[in-house]
Design a protein around this ligand. Sequence first.
Ligand code: GLC
Ligand code: CA
Length: 538
Amino acid sequence: MNDPDWWRNAAVYQIYPRSFADANGDGIGDLAGITSRIPYLRDLGIDAVWLSPFYPSALSDGGYDVDEYRDVDPRIGSLDDFDLIVSALHDAGLKIIVDIVPNHTSDRHAWFQEALAAGPGSPARDRYIFRGGKGEHGELPPADWQSKFGGPGWTRVPDGQWYLHTFAKEQPDLNWANREVRDDFLTTLAFWADRGVDGFRVDVAHYLTKAIPEVLPSWEELRSPGAYSEGFHPLVDRDEVHEIYAEWRALFNSYAPPRAAVAEAWVPAHRRVRYASPESLGQAFNFDLLSAGWDATEFRRIISDNLDLAARSGASSTWVFSSHDKVRHATRFGLGTRTNGKAWLLTGGTDPVEDRTLGLARARAATLLSLALPGSAYLYQGEELGLPEVAEIPDECRQDPAFYRNKGVEVGRDGCRVPLPWTPDGSSFGFGPGGAHLPQPAWFAGYAVTIQDNDPDSTLNLYRRALDLRSRLRTQESLEWLDLGPHVVAFRRPNGWTSITNFGDETVVFDGGEQLLSSSATSEDGIVEPSTTAWFAA
Ligand code: GLC
Ligand code: CA
């Protein structure tokens, strides 16, 4: 339990708390619901649970707009419920990681309310990024910057000043040059670490420090490649962000075992190394597989690049196919060989047509491949059921700000956040005794946990077998590539554990060891069919 390296090869299961399990029937998932499902999590064979934000929030961005960092949203539970879940997870041998959102607070946070009341030039405003507007009466934004979810990145307050928000207008960016901001986050991190939290997932870790000049550059200039030297962009991935993480690291290392952290940093691969270094957060998400097509060459390149990068930073690599921000991989891989699902995500339609059988076969194969790799696997709730993305959410039920701020262009991320089906019937498919805060389609019944429990070939049972084998086969963090042709990704770990994925159209025959597992229910031993991964022992 006290192994300081537990995170290096962990299988981490991401829970989106509002959509996992609802104990009290108000349609919103809660901590008590998660606690009641700990036997399910234990039997799945994961090592740790990562909770997306559960803090008090108006849900302008699914909880990534935090009103108060050291509390639990009353709709989700209480601090007592939190303490309960920590001890219950630990009793089950599972670690817990929480999400920290440091780039912005919500506009309901006490600091932002104080900043509004205190007026221009006040110390309270200095915790955020306020500027005067342009135009005769300051009626125009200070610059033409855009927010991530579409629409302007500056919003005006009643006294005429404007504040910066990289995301929705309900998410004002903090000023990380302000010492009070830094100290308060150290207090927050210690608050959760003292409560037994084992690690932190750091939201948009590359955005915290900013150096905004007096004369603001244009949006075009900010986005033009090569306009700023590396590490010196005014808004993103500035070198000095690691001074903050060095302070966090010192705090993390004051615990036994040291608290782990993983950075969500959408930066070029070679810049990721800094976030993953032991002096900084210690690990960083590698999102390359989120946009990979079904292509052996691309997979091989991504894997070897990321193993190199991890070795350079002293971290272990991470592997991610699905999250609360992306179209589920069972759908992405059903959209054809080269598409990554982006077009589908943007239009919200069903063109290109989704092939669910092919998508699921490839998703199962892809997951099995990643579970055989050195490093941590981050799994997103529902992928163990092979859930596809839900496309048919009526407009009036959508919650994601990306949908509202970008109308008609992006449908947003609600399709992967629909509450899980636990049973094929009953209210909200067993999610809880009431309804579900996002509508569940009728076809969810076929993916229900209790249905899959009784089917030896189900995706759920495949994940269980794979995670169980993985926990026993885990070995040194290296691999040797095997050459089985251009459309096959095959490698052997130092203990002989071999993984073979067939991306091509022809069957692959392998007689180099005893078959342990196959992602295809119909494959014979030693035969790796197209869109299949099989594992072998030496
Ligand atoms: C991260 C989160 C995403 C959120 C954004 C702003 O990318 O994963 O869900 O909208 O940060 O906090
Ligand atoms: Ca509830």
